[in-house]
Design a protein around this ligand. Sequence first.
Ligand code: FAD
Length: 509
Amino acid sequence: MSVSRRSFIQRSSLLAASVLLPMGCSDGTDAARAGQRTAIVIGSGFAGSVAALRLGLAGIPTIVLERGQQWTVAGTDTFPTTTNFDRRATWSIPSSASSQAGQPGYAGLLETIAGANVAAVCGACVGGGSLVYGGVLIQPAQTEFERVFPFLSYAEMDSIYYRRVLDTIGAAPIPDDVLATPNYAAHRTFIRDNSAIGYEVQRPHTGFDWNIIRQEINGEIPPAASIGEYAFGCNSNAKLSTDKNYLRDAVATGNVEIRSLTEVEVIRERNPQGYSVMCRQLSAEGEVLDQYELAADYLFMAAGSMNTTRLLLKSQATGELKGANDRVGHGWGTNGDLLLAQNHPEVGTGFQGGPACIASVDRSDAQHPVTFMHSPVSIAPIQLQMSMSVPDVPGQLAYDLQSDATLINWEKDTNTPSALARQASFERLITSNGGAQTPFIQDQIWHPLGGAVMNDACDELGQLYGYRNLFVVDGSLLPGSAAGVNPALTVAANAERVMEGILGGVLRR
Ligand SMILES: Cc1cc2nc3c(=O)[nH]c(=O)nc-3n(C[C@H](O)[C@H](O)[C@H](O)COP(=O)(O)OP(=O)(O)OC[C@H]3O[C@@H](n4cnc5c(N)ncnc54)[C@H](O)[C@@H]3O)c2cc1C
């Protein structure tokens, strides 16, 4: 459906008035009299979920705009699986400015953004990355954390914000009885091999309900996570994605509304205050059902590193954001990730239970410690590890107005000290266990971070320099690294820290 510029503006002014309403009020005059401040959150992944709950609890009328679908487990075929991989797995809806606009597509779970040297993958649904992630909620070590975030207090993050996220999600490490079952033999092999060469083995928290996984193993319900089907959502409902905790609780405050299948295309500054967003409401098949403009006093960017950065760059390029800030796009990175696979003498072709729940850390190079996350796969006779180290060289995201494309400027980091440390650690492991390295996907990353980095493009509370009341709260704030581990827990805990600071300080002034 195409909407003329004229009618678009007319519609938008009506909706701009309506969003200024406190939820439940019916007319713009009441809202203006009430003088209540309102918020828009773009994106409902880890950070957007945290922002929504904290805004709702603070009594601020908030609308969460999420481009993807709401997925609710109903039967064993809700989500695609590795053996039943179909259009549900892929976000394939072109933007309205792209050359593909109007082509059919589908609002599937994962978006892939291709760059010259690497492709970044991210979640596209209510709950964002929390539906498609491997479940790992790991906390970085203090040394690496302080290296990457020298201006943050590790003690405060440790005692307050990491715990708050783990408690709200209900996360827990794999219990002994589950680890002892045949489904988790590959995990036990990983623990044995890594312990044997002195790597520090950890059982991080995971965002899965281990009681449901027990029911799977006991045959009480059809298996999913316990046979390695945990990556594109989880058909047994074992995954504790944020739609089941943070977002549910946010809506329960009565102050938060979530609009799924609503994609923000550009952000505009409003005078004398606030922001508006141009969005389009989609069908699951990508048909544009409506286009409108929505306004609020406070804008929270939680579209993830790739899309928050894209929206900011695009809005600057189109002149809708006018404040000076030439740091957007900088400090982007891959989290120092590399998937490393080995043909292991004891790992067969059968399934490996999930989720990813055992890590090991090699600290033999004190300057470049390497974390391995055992990543269960059931598609080949291999043992797969996500290796991570703090990267040495940052990349950059850019936006091309003519093609409407996000550009990833990133040099493959094969010869940097951290990359060499990663490879050396892996070689030590396979030499000791008799395995052999085997090629696996190496041109794709799942942990893009940065683009609107704290103390660079934004202040420490995520307020974008040059823009009052525009806050970045998501993975864009992290400078291309979550301090050598998987990022979701740090993204969410940092969002908790930022929201507490904003609600306790900036928004009170
Ligand atoms: C396959 C896979 C496995 C992973 N496994 C792990 C793991 O086990 N542990 C871990 O720590 N990390 C993991 N990650 C990474 C983790 O998912 C991300 O780091 C995390 O989700 C980032 O949180 P975020 O809030 O910054 O963004 P996201 O969680 O990505 O949320 C962004 C949201 O914004 C929405 N959005 C984007 N653009 C727009 C727009 N224009 N308008 C409206 N909405 C928009 C998206 O649809 C999405 O819902 C994995 C990622 C992938 C892809």
